[in-house]
Design a protein around this ligand. Structure first.
Ligand code: SAH
Ligand code: SF4
Length: 399
């Protein structure tokens, strides 16, 4: 715990006098009156424990340091919208209070440890370390217009346990805080701004299951949309989930304009159960009803993701089951080629992606049945940054 010591009866603007190291690595911030140098009251602030994305905490600190509210807005604008970096953001604080503010507020939650740039397609994978030593990854996807997308992680591993996904092999992960989620976007925004590009889309398709971290994901969405946060358009936000009906309904009610994608992969229950162990809790009819409810809440279609696995999700029986299951749903189907992942799964036959010919046939069949359907082009396959490959920091720490 760190205490701010300050004087009462202040008639002058008071300068920060010093920041002294305190117990447990914290700081004691002594704020003194120019005339008296008396210290008559100590007030605790959550120094070094407040994130800049914690509005009540920042407001309490603002009052303690007697900062103009516009100062806080300028710091946030510099950090979250201009993406100028922590040092430049802190320059918005008057010099006299800057050290106290900087000692009390964290502008970044994550340390950016490494980046890997694709030599093929303009994807960049960012490897971050959390304060408790875990690693997570995000992927920047650049598009030619200069506007770019970021794929963010919601957890450090995933209890989903999907057979095709590297993150699902990470045991004992945890959910990220909303500030940790947001910080992925801030770091990416900084890197892109330095290239003259703009962060436009944020998709929750990185590590983990967003709806198993519903509260933090909800708060992060609020801040991604907020004009005091990143001020991104709802149209440019998308949450992908294995499909947890109640959480999906709640989040779609709260964010009716944000996009949702469902990792369906198979409309055949036995196949889905086999591929996605956690999803067994929510059988297909229940999931379908949740999508109907989301359709009723939203103007935009729900994205249905189908991983194209040879002989498992791409057969004629799959086409039929999927077309039947999708009837009367407002959806956009996205066919995903399988990105091979490292490590073997001793209990099963290895998974194989469908051939391109088969993907195109499947696509044509769905279109003929009246469903808007596209094929996903994964970027970053050469740097282990494609869908489902994010676990390098955990499974393969040396690369
Ligand atoms: N947990 C959420 C979001 C993260 S996964 C979800 O499952 O939707 C993001 C997307 O990547 C999902 O559609 C997932 O099925 C897909 N994916 C996972 N592993 C993959 C792989 N090896 N190849 C291609 N896509 C994969
Ligand atoms: Fe988790 Fe999604 Fe990977 Fe399944 S595909 S293990 S739900 S991150």
């Amino acid at each position: 715990m760190v205490f701010v010591l300050f004087v009462v009866n202040l008639t002058f603007h008071f300068p920060l006098s010093k920041i002294a190291p305190g117990a447990a690595g914290g700081s004691t911030i002594c704020v003194q009156d120019r005339r008296t140098f008396g210290i008559v009251r100590a007030m605790p602030i959550a120094a070094s424990t407040i994130t800049i994305h914690d509005p009540p905490g920042v407001e309490a600190l603002r009052k303690t340091l007697r900062l103009d509210p516009r100062v806080i807005r300028r710091v946030q604008a510099a950090l979250c919208r201009a993406f100028l970096g922590a040092n430049q953001a802190l320059a918005a604080v008057p010099a006299t209070e800057r050290a106290a503010f900087a000692a009390a507020v964290r502008c970044h939650e994550l340390t950016l440890e490494r980046r890997r740039d694709s030599q093929r397609d303009g994807a960049t994978k960012l490897l971050f370390r959390t304060a408790d030593g875990q690693t997570i990854e995000s992927v920047i996807l650049r598009i030619q217009s200069g506007r770019s997308s970021l794929c963010v992680s919601a957890q450090t591993g995933c209890a989903g346990g999907c057979r095709f996904c590297a993150t699902g092999r990470i045991q004992g992960g945890r959910s990220l805080s909303s500030a940790e989620i947001l910080d992925q976007a801030i770091w990416a925004g900084e890197l892109l701004a330095a290239e003259g590009r703009q962060l436009r889309n944020v998709v929750f398709m990185g590590m983990g299951e967003p709806l198993r971290n519903e509260e933090a994901v909800g708060t992060a969405l609020d801040q991604l949309r907020s004009k005091h946060g990143l001020h991104l358009s709802d149209r440019h936000l998308l949450v992908s989930t294995l499909g947890i009906p109640d959480a999906l309904r709640r989040l779609a009610t709260r964010f009716p304009r944000v996009g949702f994608a469902i990792s369906l992969h198979s409309a055949r229950q036995a196949i889905r159960d086999d591929l996605m162990p956690l999803a067994r809790h929510w059988p297909l009819p229940e999931l379908r009803q949740a999508i109907r409810d989301v359709n009723a809440l939203q103007d935009r279609p729900v994205m249905i993701e189908v991983l194209m696995l040879d002989g498992l999700t791409d057969t004629a029986a799959d086409e039929e089951a999927l077309i039947a299951w999708l009837q009367r749903l407002r959806v956009h189907v996205n066919l995903i080629p399988y990105n091979a992942i490292e490590g073997s799964d001793a209990d099963h036959q290895p998974l194989r992606g469908s051939s391109e010919t088969r993907i195109q046939e499947f696509l044509a069949r769905l279109k003929a049945a009246g469903f808007e359907t596209t094929r996903r082009h994964s970027l970053g396959t050469d740097i282990g940054a494609a869908c489902g490959q994010l676990a390098e920091g955990r499974l393969n720490p040396d690369t």
